[in-house]
Structure formats: C-alpha cells, structure tokens
Design a protein around this ligand. Structure first.
Ligand code: CTP
Ligand code: MG
Length: 232
C-alpha cells in the first residue's frame, strides 16, 4: 500500500466579495442557509485524505468568524484556528502556508467561494498530485477562447487545449513554498496557484472536474447555486 499523504487544506476565505456586493465578506454569505465557508469546509472535511483544514479569513473579521464557528462549525473536526489573509489572494496563500502544521507534506488550496465542490473531486485531485507533486481540477471550456489585448485578438488557442481551472489545487508543501518565493521575487501575481508552479517549469497534472464546482462570484452565481441545491 502507498504511504498516506499528509494533507492540509488551505481554505481561502479572505476576499471581500466586491462583485457579490453583499453586506458581509463573501465567505460569510449564506447559500441556502449555510455559509460558503462552512459548506466548503464540510466538503473538505468529508474527504478522508484531508487531515487538517486551515481557514484564511479577512483581516479584522475574527469576531465574525468566531460567531460563524459557533453557529455553523461547532461539530467540525479537522479545523485549525483561522489565520488572517492579505490584500491579494496570493497574500492570503502566503499567510496560510506560513501557518500550516509542520507535519503537513501536501497542501490543497481551495477557494471558499467554490462551496459546491464534491469530496469525491477533492479526493481525486489529491490522489493525482502524488506522482508529479502538483495537480488541479479543471474542466474543458465550451467556448472558443481568445487572447485579447486592447480590444484586439492576439491569438486563438486550440479549444481542445483550453481548460478552466478550479480548486482544490494540490501541491507538495515545499513546491508551493518555492513557487511562491519565486513569484514574489519576480513580482508575479497569479490568479491561481498552479500558475506559480508552472513558472518553475514543473509539471502540473490536470484532473477533469465537475463544471458544477463553480466559483460563486456575482449574485447570478449565488442564485444558480441556490437553484442547484433545490431551494431557488
Ligand atoms: N481570497 C482570499 N484573499 C484575498 C482575495 C481572495 O483568500 N485577498 C479568496 C476568496 O475569499 C475566494 C477565493 O480567494 O474564496 C477566490 O477569490 P474571488 O472569487 O475573487 O473572491 P473575492 O476576492 O472575495 O471576490 P471579489 O474579487 O469579487 O472581491
Ligand atoms: Mg477577488
């Protein structure tokens, strides 16, 4: 039998949710009666391979988080004390990485905004990371993708090579630390974590995921998710 992978999940919940424009930061917004943060945490906790869950919360929101913890996460196992994130997503990843348990060998970075991820997909992407050290969930895009700058098309990548990246994205802890250090040194801001690892020239395995693992970004996404949960 293969040795167990010791996996900590980094639950990124430190964004403000400007596009959702709710009265509270996005991760605290309720989706059919339960916050995005709690729903994401449930999905990660339900995956046997995840040993720890480390929430990264917005600066200045620890009171609100404490209340949410009491209300929605009282029985939660695997949950570590939350840490505060930073201004950009990459800053939040950095803060989370610094607070991981020393025993963690693998990190699964997950957007709290992807509250409908299935624990099966979490398990699949973790297993897929084992060989090369990095893997992400993604799904093929339906539309033809154009690279555009200043209103003009630069190029049209072949559609069968275009995938939309999701989370979790899973890495050896040391690999993501190194990738983040490099990105910081070079002033690179990624919109996901795999892109930092790609810049090291290291392979990243793609695991076909469920398009239902959609990031809740604007009010339409929230309505879509509520409908999907059967209450919309
Ligand atoms: N995130 C984070 N720290 C930041 C920015 C984002 O932890 N400084 C997290 C968000 O909480 C979210 C995930 O990264 O779970 C994806 O980001 P996004 O969907 O852009 O969320 P927000 O940044 O909150 O939304 P917006 O960009 O509309 O303000
Ligand atoms: Mg954002």
């Amino acid at each position: 039998m293969l040795p167990a992978m010791r996996v900590a999940a980094l639950l990124l919940a430190a964004g403000r949710g400007e596009r959702l424009a709710a009265s509270v930061p996005k991760a605290f917004v309720a989706l059919a009666g339960r916050s995005l943060l709690a729903r994401s945490s449930d999905a990660l906790a339900a995956c046997a391979a995840v040993e720890w869950i480390l929430p990264v919360i917005p600066v200045g929101e620890s009171e609100r988080y404490r209340a949410l913890e009491e209300r929605e996460l009282a029985g939660a196992t695997k949950l570590l004390p939350a840490v505060e994130g930073g201004a950009e997503r990459q800053d939040s990843v950095r803060a989370g990485l610094a607070a991981l348990p020393v025993e963690a060998e693998w990190v699964a970075v997950h957007d709290a905004a992807r509250a409908l991820v299935s624990s099966q997909d979490v398990a699949r992407v973790i297993a897929a990371a084992r060989n090369e050290g990095a893997a992400l969930l993604a799904h093929p895009v339906a539309d033809t993708v154009k690279r555009v700058r200043e209103g003009r098309v630069l190029e049209t990548p072949p559609r069968d090579e275009c995938w939309a990246a999701q989370t979790p994205q899973v890495f050896r802890v040391e690999l993501l630390r190194k990738a983040l250090e490099r990105a910081d040194a070079e002033g690179f801001q990624g919109t996901d974590d795999a892109s930092l690892v790609e810049r090291l020239g290291r392979p990243v395995r793609v695991v076909p995921g469920d398009p239902g693992n959609r990031k809740i970004t604007d009010p339409d996404d929230l309505r879509w998710a509520e409908a999907r949960l059967g209450r919309g």
